[in-house]
Design a protein around this ligand. Sequence first.
Ligand SMILES: Cc1ncc(COP(=O)(O)O)c(C=O)c1O
Length: 408
Amino acid sequence: MTDKLDLDFVRGQFPTFSEPSLAGQAFFENAGGSYACAPVIERLTRFYRQRKVQPYGPYEASRLGGEEMDEARTRLAAMLGVAPDELSFGPSTSANTYVLAQAFRAWLSPGDAIVVTDQDHEANSGPWRRLADAGIGIREWHIDPESGMLRLEDLENLLDESVRLVCFPHCSNIVGAVNPVIEITAAAHAAGAFVCVDGVSYAPHGLHDVGRMGPDIYLFSAYKTYGPHQGIMAIRRELGEMLPNQAHYFNADTLYKRFTPAGPDHAQVAACAGMADYYDALAAHHGIGGDAPARRAGVHELFRTHETELLQPLLDFLKSRNSVRLIGPDDAAVKAPTVAVELPGSGAAAAESLVAHGIMAGGGDFYAVRALQALGIDPDKGVLRLSFVHYTSRAEVERLIKALDAVL
Ligand SMILES: Cc1ncc(COP(=O)(O)O)c(C=O)c1O
């Protein structure tokens, strides 16, 4: 087994890196959406060419299409340490939380309470806050206005027997700090509350054993995790079966259909199996064996080591600039490579000035308006965000630092 990520192998799995129209440009807006890996693109194309019929029918193309959709769900569930029917697909994470909030709206009673944060992307915040109009108490777990961090003690002060649900991000798409999901979940569970974790910003940096981590709901977006444009949701059986069904009434007995009111996007669901192929290809190439959770854990470790090594020099550079306010931790060990900075000017303008240097980055509020406001940043001014993943090379980060040196 090798403990160093073979970057040539990794980049060989992404057609984008040999795409002439993108040559000479380094991608640093991965938190907005990652490149898709070859197995996903191949499966998506194959589905459209060979299997684009109503699935689960008796004829070959239909049977294969249905089997591939089941394969995606089963393999991803195994990687995440949940049962196959505890995993479901939806159009996006925002759509998934919206549907879940409707289920909670019907289940909760006036006087019950939900904890939300101001660190979250709006997807795991707004749909829950809207339950206030049904008499549900909304308690806000505030970030520290300087550091952007959530403190466990602050959550503990909000918890009592009225709290039925605690929602928070695994990692904020602005602050970048990796929140201690296990500890937070344990505190919420001890108070009798369910837990909903937005894993969107962390999942690209490695999938977790969600079953062991313990949240009742864990959501992430496949299109930021090398896959097609889908939202993926793991929901614990006890909760999923207790919440009122949001799908057609005759689908109520199938857990993975209960929170998917719309028909699934067959081709994209099937293509999600390519995410598992990609993990498995990486595991095989790096000599990582064992069952699906073991292979996932080994690949996660490879990602994390590579990303941490590349992240620290970028953080050190940003820290050294007086005109830059680095949001969140400056220690790569506790941060995902999602780096937001406040500048004297607008984030969008800074992103634009990086284009001439061959850097693709973004500026704005990234739908984390509440987080920016809590940090004292005008959302209209926004932040510059520099986000990368495991396929990013050291040379690309060096090039980014050089470009930042020139434009900041
Ligand atoms: C942290 C975080 N959560 C949720 C979302 C929403 O995901 P989706 O676009 O799948 O609705 C995003 C998208 O940017 C995000 O960054």
